[in-house]
Write a protein that binds this ligand. Structure first.
Ligand code: PEP
Length: 254
């Protein structure tokens, strides 16, 4: 954890569930949220079509609402896309950007992610920008350089002022049950902190740095206790309210 920074436990629901299941999951998280509110901010990021039922269930407090992507454009002829102002209008406070699944499935480059983050900030949303190396890059000893380059290319001006969040998600740890060692996570987060502080000054010191990749209740306490790990971005384990809340409970009481 970074002293003085409120931890964030964010759930990325990806492309899962029905309206009914989204409402039940959000309600389950809301029901347990008060108990963990002193330890961490909780955030749920449902699919676009489920935002409204999740919003109704969580009533925004004490659980925050976010989306999983936004368009770089503000509005107009972009069939199938959803803009950042639309997300703000629907009650979102956050948007996940540059997830490795979007980088892989939709060819999103650092420049695209940066443009989306600019659009998010302009709409008053907090961007959560994801970075992370592939297994081959880690094995080649390139992990820190890859992540530093992604940070340099993906974060726009105004990122720190907008309280932007960075999520380190090694691609090979997402949904696989594999995680880096705590030492490797700590080393990467120290490198990210140095990069952000160098570029953004005091704002970079206070930027929340999340770890993501196979976080679950049983490994969360060790990961969340590491220096410069200010929370978690959670995929699979965010689909069960009890597991998601269990991760939040693993944040050391402040
Ligand atoms: C993710 O996709 O952001 C993620 C961290 O997934 P999982 O927790 O399932 O590894």
């Amino acid at each position: 954890m970074t002293p003085g920074v409120r931890p964030l436990i964010a759930g990325n629901w990806k492309m899962n569930g029905t309206l009914r299941e989204a409402a039940a999951l959000a309600e389950g998280i809301r029901a347990g949220a008060a108990e963990v509110a002193e330890r961490a901010e909780l955030l749920v990021c449902p699919p676009f079509l489920h935002l409204h039922v999740a919003a109704a269930a969580i009533a925004w407090k004490p659980v925050s609402l976010g989306a999983q992507d936004c368009a770089p454009q503000e509005k107009g002829a972009h069939t199938g896309d959803v803009s950042a102002p639309m997300l703000a209008d629907a009650g979102c406070g956050y948007v996940i950007l540059g997830h490795s699944e979007r980088r892989a499935d939709h060819g999103e480059t650092d420049a695209v992610v940066k443009a989306k983050a600019e659009a998010a900030i302009a709409a008053g949303l907090v961007p959560i920008v994801c970075v992370g190396e592939s297994e081959a890059q880690r094995e080649a000893g390139e992990a820190e350089a890859v992540v530093a380059a992604q940070l340099a290319g993906s974060l726009p001006e105004g990122f720190a002022a907008a309280k932007g969040v960075v999520a380190y998600e090694p691609v090979w740890a997402i949904g696989t049950g594999k995680t880096p060692t705590e030492g490797d996570i700590a080393a990467m987060h120290a490198r990210m902190r140095a990069e952000l502080a160098g570029r953004l000054g005091a704002g970079g010191q206070a930027t929340r740095l999340l770890y993501g990749g196979s976080v679950k209740p049983s490994n969360a306490a060790g990961i969340l206790a590491l220096a410069n790990v200010d929370g978690a971005l959670v995929g699979g384990a965010s689909l069960k309210a009890e597991d998601f809340l269990g991760i939040a409970r693993a944040v050391a009481a402040g």
